[in-house]
Every structure is written in C-alpha cells, then in structure tokens.
Ligand binder design. Structure first.
Ligand code: ATP
Length: 253
C-alpha cells in the first residue's frame, strides 16, 4: 500500500509526484525501487528525504529533477509535467530552473572557484559582466569570497562543496537538488553545508530538496520525509529543540 503526503491548504507546491514507480532489471531479476510514490514539495523550505542506503532516495531525486524517467506516474515541476517533455526540453528546463549539488563536488581540476561558477552561467546565455557579478555574489554568499581564485586542489572538501553550492546558486534556480551533499565531509563541514542550503531556501525562496542517509541532517531541515524500501513512511517537521548534531565551528582551510 502506498502512503500519500500532500501540502497543507494555502501553500503551493513547486514539485509534485503522483503514483511514481520505478524498477530496475538486473539479469533476470526485476527490482521495484519506487512504489507508487506521491509527494509534494514546497518552495522556501529545505526538505530532506532521509532513509537507509539503497531505499531509493537518489532514484527519487533523479526522477523529480528530470534526470531520469519514471516507469509510471507523473512529476510536475514548477507547473511543467516532466514526463511529457522531450530530452531536449528537459535539458533546457534543468539548465534554466535547477541547480544540483552532488556528494563528489564535480568540479573541474583546472578551473578556479570563480571560473567553476561562471561556466554554467555562460551556457545559460548570460553576458560576461552579469555572469561575473553573479558568480562573485554567490561565492561570497557561501563564505568563499577570499578564496575564489583557488583551484579545487587548493581547497578543503568543505570548501569544494561550497563552490559546488555557489555554482548551483548563481543560476538563481527555483529548484535546488542535493544528493548526499555532506557524505564526503566531516561533521563540522557537513553542518556548514546544510546550514547554507537551509539559508538558500529561506532567503531566496528556493525549493531545496536534499537526500541523505546521514541522520545528523534531520534536525536541520524544515521538513523530513523518511523513506524505506521505496516508500515514504513519514512526513514531519523536525524538533529543533533537539539538535541532531553538535555545534559546527568554522573549520580551518
Ligand atoms: N541504474 C540502475 N540499475 C540497476 N539498479 C539500480 C540502478 N540505480 C539504482 N539501482 C538500485 O536501486 C536501489 C536504490 O538505489 P538508490 O541509489 O536510489 O538508493 P539510495 O537510497 O539513494 O542509496 P544511497 O543512500 O546508498 O545512495 C538500489 O538497490 C540500487 O542498487
């Protein structure tokens, strides 16, 4: 049986999935990874999808962001039905409206932090001056103003992830997707990253959807969808009076 979670009346969801199903075939075995999953996600909030490894979180994020097709059901993002879009239209949608942050940072070794952030802005068609200003503003917003000329090899893991966040933020996306953004980081850097994602949701009205198996993140989200075996088991607002992780200190470079 599937459980549905809907937004409360008066709020307008930016991401909606209804009856989403996904299976993978390996040899002769077909495994269902998502079972008739229905959910709504709102703007201006950090929504965390938590759950054990292998429960289908990354697959769900990939489907909600248009990176992967579902086998059934519908996904609406910013009012567009993703399942009805061509590959080309999906690419355009992702370029214009979404930002991604992944566990492995995905930075180019030869580019400075500033160049990493400017690059997607050039693909979006922004002129050089606008792109540079946006890139600088975004790097400053994640606390990397003084380090924007450095290349990945000269940055710590936490700083690299902040460059990746600045790169996503500079696009001014309505939807920001983060897949295990803290997994490669220590506790202090992980907390800084999740705090930045939270601030982006609050200050820019962005829909931030983060998937993670890290239980320390639960206390830092506005809303937590707990997933298990391809189903959402609960939808709750975390108790902020019970911090899930110790206070973060600004780490040294
Ligand atoms: N392309 C694929 N082909 C076959 N099986 C896949 C594929 N992608 C994912 N799976 C399987 O689907 C299941 C869910 O994977 P998924 O990556 O969505 O889980 P997850 O909850 O994000 O896990 P983790 O926390 O470890 O990243 C796993 O059993 C995985 O092996």
């Amino acid at each position: 049986m599937s459980v549905s979670f809907q937004t409360s009346p008066g709020t307008s969801p930016t991401l909606q999935a209804s009856g989403v199903r996904k299976s993978f075939v390996s040899g002769r075995v077909e495994s269902t990874v998502l079972h008739d999953l229905t959910l709504d996600v709102r703007g201006g909030e950090l929504t965390l999808i938590s759950g054990p490894s292998g429960c289908g979180k990354s697959t769900l994020l990939a489907i909600l962001s248009g990176l992967q097709p579902a086998d059934g059901g519908k996904v609406h993002a910013l009012g567009h039905e993703l399942s009805g879009m061509s590959m080309r239209a999906l690419e355009h949608f992702r370029l214009q409206h979404t930002g991604f942050v992944f566990q492995g940072f995905n930075l180019f070794p030869a580019l400075s932090a500033l160049e990493q952030v400017e690059l997607p802005l050039s693909y979006m068609g922004l002129d050089k001056t606008t792109a540079r200003k946006r890139a600088i503003d975004s790097l400053e917003e994640v606390g990397l103003g003084p380090r924007m000329s450095l290349r990945p090899a000269e940055l710590s893991g936490g700083e690299k992830q902040r460059v990746a966040i600045a790169r996503a933020l500079a696009k001014q996306p309505e939807l920001l997707f983060a897949d295990e953004p803290t997994s490669a980081l220590d506790a202090a850097n992980g907390q800084i990253v999740i705090d930045i994602l939270h601030r982006i949701a609050r200050n820019h009205g962005t829909t931030v959807l983060c998937v993670s198996h890290d239980p320390r993140l639960v206390g830092h989200a506005d809303r937590v969808l707990a997933m298990e075996d391809g189903r959402i088991l609960s939808d709750h607002v975390p108790d902020v009076s019970q911090p899930a992780a110790p206070e973060a200190k600004e780490p040294s470079a």
